[in-house]
Design a protein around this ligand. Structure first.
Ligand SMILES: C[S@@+](CC[C@H](N)C(=O)[O-])C[C@H]1O[C@@H](n2cnc3c(N)ncnc32)[C@H](O)[C@@H]1O
Length: 145
């Protein structure tokens, strides 16, 4: 599951690599371009993710270049809402990949307290298709909803 998929190019790569991948995007122009690349995006608001997608099923949720003041009116409340929605979509043990900008006060402790475990660096490479050096990789703890 990819959050804020723009024109679906990242999803195109994942699909071509054999992943069953889908994404959500709010801008109809971006969705149309994704369609031109053979990627069908769900039109919707990522902050209401649970209304569009099943809960507790996704192995990986990616939130790349999304937590950014240029994308939405960033506040701690909004970030926690988004992370909570992503956690809800994930299967227990699933991964949440997010790259808050370096200069942003990301509420890491509060996000971890939602029921995520921070992964060790070696796990950054287990997905094969991603260059993840600057990403925060969190794992939904077992037993979490
Ligand atoms: C900076 S782009 C990042 C695109 C892509 N993830 C990447 O790394 O190239 C942010 C995307 O999120 C979309 N977006 C913004 N707010 C959104 C929301 N509330 N729900 C879903 N998509 C949203 C924008 O339309 C845009 O396509």
């Amino acid at each position: 599951m990819d959050i804020g998929s723009f024109a679906g190019l990242f999803l195109r790569v994942l699909i071509d690599k054999g992943f069953a991948a889908e994404g959500i995007e709010v801008d109809p122009d971006h969705i149309a371009i994704a369609g031109d690349h053979g990627v069908s995006l769900v039109k919707g608001d990522a902050f209401q993710l649970g209304e569009y997608f099943e809960h507790d099923v996704y192995d990986i949720v990616t939130c790349i270049n999304f937590i950014d003041p240029d994308v939405f009116d960033v506040s701690e409340e909004k970030i926690l809402q988004l992370c909570g929605q992503c956690k809800q979509a994930l299967a227990p043990g699933g991964y949440f990949l997010v790259n808050p900008p370096d200069n942003m006060a990301f509420p890491r402790r509060k996000v971890l307290d939602m029921g995520f475990i921070r992964c060790e660096r070696e796990e950054h490479y287990c997905f094969g298709v991603l260059k993840l050096k600057r990403h925060l990789i969190l794992k939904k703890a077992d037993g979490q909803q």
